[in-house]
Ligand binder design. Structure first.
Ligand SMILES: Nc1ncnc2c1ncn2[C@@H]1O[C@H](COP(=O)(O)OP(=O)(O)OP(=O)(O)O)[C@@H](O)[C@H]1O
Ligand SMILES: [Mg+2]
Length: 244
């Protein structure tokens, strides 16, 4: 199957500070793929480079067969690649409904506006109940639903999620991961960054372990769960997960 997203030999960073050193991975249509790795490994930088928020200095990015290296964020959104950033980035004084509608920024999304709103409310019934409530008064889990909902309103083909579970209670994380599976089942491909390695490997198809700006390990979720290096680094006593 051809890749929906293909990243090859990617180099990117901030000014003279280089973060990604020849990163390579791909995401196929209708997959859920995770990027995991320790703090500062370059996961968010990868998401920013793919969505056009920072320029890459080497390598290439292809989306849907087209080279998209260094296109702008709005050009990427217009092509169907939408990023839900780390930290949600909602306006506290805006209502849930108005925030969702901010996601409707392209002709493609405008055509599908009513259908997308129905889909989001079906996926997250709480947002329907609270459509008039100000985002600043929502719980952390509800805010994350709004952030994902706003991304879905852009009618993405590929949805990038950067640490959606951050700061949420385990039961809410479970519901969130179920919602992400439902999103995929509706035909949206998902690339997710997670620190919560054990939980994320329980529902994704494949994952890449990123360390120091390049891929250290990759495989199916099942392969990685059973890989002794992953177990030692992320699940064992004194592992990155247990000390985080
Ligand atoms: N805006 C920035 N300016 C300068 N350096 C940055 C900037 N953002 C990130 N960095 C640096 O780039 C490196 C990679 O950061 P990045 O945010 O990609 O890591 P991450 O894998 O997402 O980590 P975390 O799990 O903590 O979110 C870090 O050393 C970080 O300090
Ligand atoms: Mg990050």
């Amino acid at each position: 199957m051809p890749s929906l997203l293909e990243v090859n030999g990617l180099h990117a960073g901030y000014g003279l500070f280089s973060v990604l050193h020849g990163l390579a991975f791909d995401v196929k249509e209708r997959e859920i793929v995770a990027l995991v790795g320790s703090n500062g490994a370059g996961k968010t930088t990868t998401m920013r480079a793919i969505s056009g928020l920072i320029q890459s200095t080497g390598g290439s990015i292809h989306f849907n067969g087209e080279e998209t290296t260094n296109l702008t964020p709005s050009q990427m959104v217009a092509r169907g690649l939408v990023c839900v950033p780390e930290g949600r980035q909602l306006f506290p004084e805006m209502t849930v409904r108005d925030t969702l509608l901010v996601g409707v920024s392209t002709p493609r999304a405008r055509d599908r506006r009513d259908q997308s709103l129905k889909t989001v409310y079906k996926l997250f019934p709480k947002l329907n109940e609270r459509s008039g409530q100000l985002c600043g008064t929502l719980s952390g889990g509800e805010q994350q639903m709004v952030a994902i909902g706003r991304g879905l309103m852009s009618a993405p083909q590929l949805l990038l999620l950067d640490e959606p579970s951050l700061g949420l209670a385990p039961t809410i994380v479970k519901q969130l991961f179920q919602a992400i599976t439902d999103i995929r089942d509706q035909g949206v491909t998902v690339l997710i960054v997670e620190q919560n390695v054990r939980s994320v490997l329980s529902f994704v198809d494949r994952a890449y372990v990123i360390e120091n700006g390049s891929v250290e390990l990759s495989g199916s979720a099942e392969e990685l769960i059973n890989n002794p290096d992953v177990v030692n680094a992320y699940f064992g006593i004194g592992s990155k997960e247990s000390v985080s």
